[in-house]
Design a protein around this ligand. Structure first.
Ligand code: HEM
Length: 144
């Protein structure tokens, strides 16, 4: 808080109506420069923290679709389940089991084994990181 007050004072003297009229002493310049550096550091720290709190949302096309292989896609197309198709997977419509996004939620239930038989049929099943990524895609709002 002290640093911010000093910095605001320094900015006002260098950019206000008396700008250029008062020569700062060496000590004042040191305080001013240090304050500006501190503010920059605070902004940078805020930026890094903020970025960590708001990571890029999971994308279906970039992050989820590549997790399905050709066998998954071919097998499931016979059942009308289009695993790599964003329009199918992002469809907001509900069904008998889920009030919204029934297609994606059915797929997730099969991937986790909450609905059986667990998929992909015969395994190998998705690991925790892959399941978490899919779940994060759901949380992030089924982004394309
Ligand atoms: C990650 C890959 C896969 C996912 C997410 C997935 C998802 C699903 C879903 C959502 C259903 C239910 C469909 C419905 O209710 O009509 C289903 C059923 C089925 N899937 Fe898959 N599938 C995957 C891979 C596979 C593969 C590779 C095969 C074949 C080798 C396969 C064979 C089947 C069969 C036979 C059923 C019907 C099972 C039953 O409910 O009795 N699936 N799958």
């Amino acid at each position: 808080m002290t640093q911010q007050v000093v910095c605001v004072a320094a900015i006002e003297t260098s950019a206000g109506p008396c700008a250029g009229q008062l020569e700062a002493t060496p000590q004042e310049r040191i305080i001013r420069d240090t304050s500006r550096l501190n503010i920059r550091l605070q902004i940078a720290t805020f930026g890094v923290t903020h970025l960590r709190m708001c990571p890029v949302p999971v994308s279906f096309i970039q992050d989820i679709a590549p997790l399905f292989d050709a066998r998954d896609v071919t097998c499931m197309a016979h059942f009308g389940v289009h695993l790599k198709d964003p329009d199918y997977m992002r469809d907001a419509a509900g069904n008998d089991r889920f009030p919204d996004h029934g297609n994606a939620r059915d797929v997730y239930a099969r991937l986790t084994g909450n609905a059986t038989p667990r998929m992909p049929m015969g395994g190998p099943f998705w690991d925790d990181a892959q399941l978490q990524l899919f779940n994060q895609w759901v949380i992030d709002g089924f982004m394309a």
